[in-house]
Ligand binder design. Structure first.
Ligand code: SAM
Length: 138
């Protein structure tokens, strides 16, 4: 398992939680901007990932999905979190960069022939949102 984190404190908390869960030996917390860390990861040609969970700076979501496709294999699952954003994602007047980034990743999902995907809405204590679940085609 590899997790990418730009904030040193968050990385430290993540390492502590992974250790407490008994996963410290199998989890690699990589500190730095994910766009840069992904380039290093892709260059290392790791075994394909079975699951990619995208949940960081939403403006870069399309870049993260493109990188995830380079790290995946047929049958891999890719989850993109927070794609509904209280309905703002369908507000044509929204100039919110997080909404723009979400639309960009949804456009890429739609255009990408290697993906079969759906978006699911969620409502809970954190409000109204949702996620994309995409499978890389066999
Ligand atoms: C919503 S939280 C992730 C929560 C985590 N997925 C979980 O379920 O516990 C987003 C995290 O992405 C990190 N982040 C934001 N921008 C980033 C970037 N450019 N590169 C790497 N990590 C980033 C933030 O510091 C924050 O810890």
């Amino acid at each position: 398992m590899v997790t990418l984190e730009v904030d040193p404190h968050h990385a430290e908390v993540a390492r502590g939680n992974l250790d407490r869960a008994g996963l410290g030996a199998v989890a690699d917390v990589v500190l730095g901007p994910a766009v840069d860390s992904l380039e290093v990861l892709i260059a290392a040609r790791p075994e394909p990932f079975d699951l990619v969970f995208i949940d960081a700076d939403k403006q870069n979501n399309a870049r993260y999905l493109a990188a995830a496709l380079r790290l995946a294999r047929p049958g891999s699952a890719i989850v993109v979190d927070n794609v509904v954003r209280g309905g703002a994602v369908v507000d044509p007047a929204s100039a919110d960069p997080n909404v723009q980034g979400t639309r960009a990743v949804l456009d890429l999902v739609r255009a990408e022939p290697r993906l079969t995907a759906t978006a699911l809405q969620t409502v809970g204590s954190k409000g109204w949102d949702g996620f994309v679940l995409a499978l890389v085609r066999e």
